[in-house]
Design a protein around this ligand. Structure first.
Ligand SMILES: Cc1cc2nc3c(=O)[nH]c(=O)nc-3n(C[C@H](O)[C@H](O)[C@H](O)COP(=O)(O)OP(=O)(O)OC[C@H]3O[C@@H](n4cnc5c(N)ncnc54)[C@H](O)[C@@H]3O)c2cc1C
Length: 525
């Protein structure tokens, strides 16, 4: 996948069947769906693929235990089915994750035990493991960091886990392999019209400043928390439909949860669930649900969210997690669809919504990463109808995602590249210097940076350190330390000069500092 080649095609082809605005889970899923049905497909993303919400998830491929408690059976059933399909179609990026819910009362143990048993049964033949009741001794063995005072036992259940930004990237590659043009750093600044109908988009290549008028028979708006901006380009009287809700996560060392099991806290202060999940040899703890007025493309954690996570996680641990233990803190914005009369974002529906405007603009928003494939199918079904172009039926239920490998070995340093791992090894054999690690504490190598530039459309140091290899989301200080090395490798590949290295390093450092824990706040238990 190469940006210069994609731009070449954009210069030559101005007419598309379907244009998709937004390169997050929803838009990229739609690009895979549309291109694999044979539609001439273009996707444009304002920043980098998954720069928005789609790189900032809790990394769970899940039905959503919480939505079951809320009685949203339809959403849970749909998500459990999608969980099963994703684990099959992208085994290199997903895995089965055992979770343990520790219980401090017998009533709680049975209540949650029955609920989680139902959760497993709802996944039917796509079940990924049976829910079990555990004794206090076994619970303590699996979660050695959790306090055993009054522990009555635990419940073990299974959900999926994945690498969100890498899945987004592999979706872009899958779409490209089916003939789509997918472009990062291409911002839509207006919609084109013919006789009151949307007939395409006006977009700017934000790296070169070049503008394009691109025609399409159908346009899909998949811009997440920025959905309303595009809807207002279509009709400035359009009322807002999205209510952004922020969630933050801490990342800490694996020593806090040394085993393979994730922790699920069933009820926090505000009645939500909190997870501590192993990911790339670290632990992600989150999340929160805070209504936000204006969406930002680089959201920042609020002091009260940080205090909330400390308070709720430390209640369960024998040794407190302190500020000094936080390697990274990151925030993301859920594109929740407004529900009449509902102000509490935690209670707003997580289902997805499709709106077809009078102008034929198709808007898809809400939902979750786990259900991206079904969302994409629904959006493309509408686009197929509006475009009046005949295409094949949707085939993504069994479509392997780029990198697909049977039974990947999670202990292999390159496992999350799937079938691309062999190509990265070739780069290291051709130039052994590139097999050097970028930092002694991580298995990420210089060859991965070269690969990201050559094949994954990485244009900036941030693209590499945030979304191609996930160091910014694992350890922000390490990310800052290695930024100049990454910039130098990229500059050599891209023929950029020392000024570029300097500029990229400075820009990335300023961004990464926002992923370090800010200010002071009370750390009460
Ligand atoms: C804290 C948190 C935790 C979550 N955890 C999970 C989880 O564990 N599992 C799960 O299944 N789901 C989870 N989700 C939900 C999931 O992450 C989102 O539903 C999903 O990522 C939304 O994807 P999207 O494509 O709709 O939006 P986005 O990823 O935000 O993509 C929209 C894209 O549109 C682009 N864009 C905007 N305007 C323009 C324009 N004018 N021109 C071109 N491009 C434009 C943006 O730059 C952006 O990249 C979580 C969400 C949050 C916030």
């Amino acid at each position: 996948m190469n940006r210069a080649e994609m731009l070449d095609r954009l210069d030559k082809e101005k007419d598309w069947d379907i244009i998709i605005i937004g390169g997050g889970a929803t838009g990229l899923g739609a690009a895979v769906d549309a291109s694999s049905r044979g539609y001439k497909t273009l996707l444009v993303e304002r920043f980098d693929f998954a720069k928005g919400t789609s790189s900032r998830a809790t990394k769970l491929v899940h039905g959503g235990v919480r939505y079951l408690a809320q009685g949203n059976i339809k959403l849970v059933m749909e998500a459990l089915r999608e969980r099963g399909l994703l684990l099959k179609n992208a085994p290199h990026l997903t895995r089965k994750q055992p979770f343990i819910l520790p219980s401090y009362s017998w009533r709680g143990k049975w209540f949650y035990g029955i609920g989680l048993k139902i959760y497993d049964l709802m996944s039917g033949r796509l079940s990924i493991g049976k829910t079990k009741l555990l004794s206090a001794k076994t619970t303590a063995k699996y979660l050695p960091a959790v306090t055993t005072n009054h522990l009555s036992g635990g419940i073990m259940y299974y959900d999926g886990q994945f690498d969100d930004a890498r899945l987004a990237l592999n979706l872009a590659q899958t779409a490209a392999e089916h003939g789509a043009v997918v472009l990062n750093y291409m911002e839509v600044f207006d919609l084109a019209r013919e006789k009151d109908k949307v007939s395409g988009v006006f977009a700017e290549d934000t790296l070169s400043g070049k503008e394009f008028e691109l025609k399409a028979k159908a346009v899909i708006n998949a811009t997440g928390v920025f959905t309303d901006d595009i809807l207002q380009m279509d009709d400035e009287r359009q009322h807002h439909i999205v209510s952004p809700s922020q969630g933050i996560h801490f990342v800490v060392d694996k020593k806090f949860f040394p085993g393979e099991h994730a922790l699920m806290i069933p009820k926090t202060d505000d009645g939500r669930v909190l997870f501590a999940v192993p990911w790339h040899n670290k632990i992600i703890i989150g999340t929160t649900d805070t209504p936000i007025k204006e969406p930002l493309f680089e959201p920042t954690p609020l002091d009260e969210e940080i205090a909330f996570i400390f308070r709720n996680i430390n209640r369960y641990l024998t040794t407190d997690i302190t500020r000094a233990d936080i390697k990274t803190v990151f925030a993301g914005l859920r594109p929740l669809v407004k529900a009449p009369g509902q102000k509490n974002t935690a209670l707003m529906p997580r289902d997805h919504t499709i709106i077809v405007s009078k102008s034929n603009l198709i808007t898809i928003t809400g939902g979750k990463w786990t259900t991206y494939r079904k969302m994409a199918k629904d959006a493309v079904d509408n686009a197929a109808f509006i475009s009046k172009v005949a295409g094949k039926p949707c085939c993504t239920e069994s479509l392997p995602i780029h990198g697909f490998t049977e039974n990947p070995d999670d202990n292999e340093a390159l496992h999350f590249y799937g079938s691309d791992a062999a190509e990265i090894k070739k780069i290291m054999i051709a130039n052994p210097e590139l097999s050097e690690k970028l930092h002694p504490d991580f298995d990420f190598t210089k060859a991965m940076v070269v690969w990201a530039v050559r094949n994954e459309m990485a244009m900036t140091v941030e693209d590499v350190l945030a979304r191609r290899i996930r160091i910014l989301f694992l350890d922000a200080k390490v990310a800052i330390q290695i930024a100049p090395i990454v910039a130098a490798i990229m500059a050599k590949e891209m023929n950029n000069d020392d000024n570029w290295i300097q500029e990229q390093t400075t820009k990335f450092t300023a961004l990464a500092e926002k992923y370090l824990l800010p200010g002071d706040f009370p750390l009460s238990k």
